[in-house]
Design a protein around this ligand. Structure first.
Ligand code: ATP
Ligand code: MG
Length: 440
């Protein structure tokens, strides 16, 4: 018993529990029709087929899964011909996307990650691990015990190699095998642990949690595009605030966004980031759209501000200082985190519109509220106001101006003051159009 337990904890055990429905409660009708159908078709063709990973875990916790993955002993080229609409995808490791109606089910062949033959870098990070394997090997290469549960729709049994069912019941997240080795193989697992813990309300088991602080610098070696994907998943999980808290608790925030730790140590910066994330979580949980650009702009705002102030102190004019600060911050961050171009373009717009909220005279406010990015920039301003960075009055003014009628707007405008007058004079040749209420 003890021996079996130890082997299991070490991930060495191929000892398997086939747990009947009475003991786990999951029924086949909890699956989507497509997931159920894919398993049936594979089975009838003589292969084994299980729903696996996040979907089983979520269903057992009573959460609606995002998507369904199926694991099978059939090879991709054996899977594809069984379905009318199926595609073999992936270069590194081939798997099959089966499309049924609006659903796509990902079918992957059991694979092994042989720690002895897998190609690794000098820190133990696995670079390639693309060999087919047995179901037991497939279970062992997965990250957490609760992610290595296989549900067989035919028998309604859960196949459990690593005590995932017991961990789910205890609500703990436990790495399969030796945590340090598994984190070295793939440092992203540390980030996944934090995200899944926050999303599912699971506690990171002591040994799973312990090495993270020490190994956090390994995040540096993760390819930027992968880090970006994972960060996005985390930020859009609906539990971004909890994730960030947890990232700080385990000491992982330093490895993610350079200087995020510095920002979080400034009271204003922390308040700002916390508010932006809380707002995002609310929106995600209410199934309202959120903009990744807005989020990244929020995460990096105080860094842009700091860089911009430093430049102004060195004598740069404020507009140039802000422009240069944006370049500087994005250059540093993008080297680490492959924030896409489309995103950085929007982030720049949000940032560079902020100083324009200060200008509340003449034609500027009219042009401002007409700008296609006004809404996003205003939401950003609202977070700045809520965090105490700018006066609440400024945000209230814009909120009122935006919905006011032409008469009220005119009355709201502030008198033109010194430096702005100079700029107006330069523009005198082309008189600005009078405010048109219809387009306001
Ligand atoms: P989510 O709810 O975010 O989809 P998930 O656990 O399903 O969570 P996926 O990225 O969809 O996450 O991965 C599916 C499964 O693949 C996981 O449940 C896990 O078994 C395995 N897996 C994913 N990433 C890793 C990894 N880095 N190392 C080991 N196994 C992994
Ligand atoms: Mg998933």
């Amino acid at each position: 018993m003890i021996k079996r337990f130890i082997r299991r904890v070490l991930g060495l055990s191929d000892q398997v529990d086939r747990v009947p429905r009475e003991r786990h409660g999951l029924a086949r009708d909890a699956l989507t029709p497509a997931a159920a159908k894919v398993c049936t078709v594979l089975r009838e063709a003589g292969f084994s087929a299980y729903v696996v990973g996040g979907a089983v875990r979520d269903l057992l916790l009573g959460i609606a899964p995002k998507d369904f993955d199926v694991a099978t002993d059939a090879r991709p080229e054996q899977v594809k011909p069984l379905f009318r609409r199926a595609l073999i995808i992936g270069r590194r490791f081939r798997l099959v996307h089966v499309m049924m109606g609006a659903e796509t089910v990902e079918v992957s062949t059991f694979r092994a990650a042989d720690p002895d033959t897998a190609e690794k870098d000098e820190h133990g990070r696995v670079l390639r691990d693309n060999v087919f394997g047995t179901q037991a090997e497939d279970a062992r290469r997965r990250d957490f015990t609760v992610n290595a549960l296989y549900f067989d729709p035919a028998s309604e049994e859960v196949v459990d190699f690593h005590g995932g069912l017991a961990d789910l019941k205890k609500r703990v997240l436990r790495v399969i095998g030796d945590p340090e080795t598994r984190y070295r193989e793939d440092p992203v697992r540390m980030l996944r642990g934090v995200r899944l813990g926050a999303k599912l309300g699971l506690t990171l088991e002591a040994a799973t949690r312990e090495p993270i602080r020490r190994l956090a610098p390994l995040m540096e070696r993760v390819p930027p595009a992968r880090l970006f994907d994972e960060m996005l998943k985390l930020l859009l999980s609906g539990h971004a605030s909890a994730c960030l808290r947890q990232l700080r608790d385990v000491g992982l925030h330093k490895g993610l966004l350079p200087l995020l730790d510095v920002i979080l140590e400034q009271p204003l910066g922390e308040r700002f980031v916390t508010l932006a994330l809380a707002q995002t979580d609310e929106r995600v949980l209410a199934e309202r759209p959120v903009s990744p650009a807005f989020l990244f702009a929020a995460l990096l705002w105080h860094e842009v501000l700091a860089a911009s102030k430093a430049r102004e102190a060195r004598g740069e004019r404020s507009i140039m200082a802000l422009e240069n600060a944006m370049d500087e911050v994005l250059d540093t961050q993008c080297a680490k985190l492959a924030i896409t171009r489309r995103l950085t373009a929007t982030m720049r717009e949000i940032w560079s519109m902020q100083p324009r909220f200060e200008l509340r005279s003449g034609q500027r406010p009219y042009r401002m509220v007409e700008s296609p990015r006004y809404r996003m920039a205003y939401d950003f301003l609202a977070v700045r106001a809520a965090s105490g960075e700018v006066p609440a009055e400024l945000e209230a003014w814009w909120r009122a101006f935006h919905s006011a009628d032409a008469e009220t707007r005119k009355a709201m405008l502030l008198p033109d003051t010194g430096p702005r007058k100079r700029r107006r004079r330069r523009r005198k040749k082309q008189p600005a159009a009078p405010p048109t209420p219809a387009s306001a």
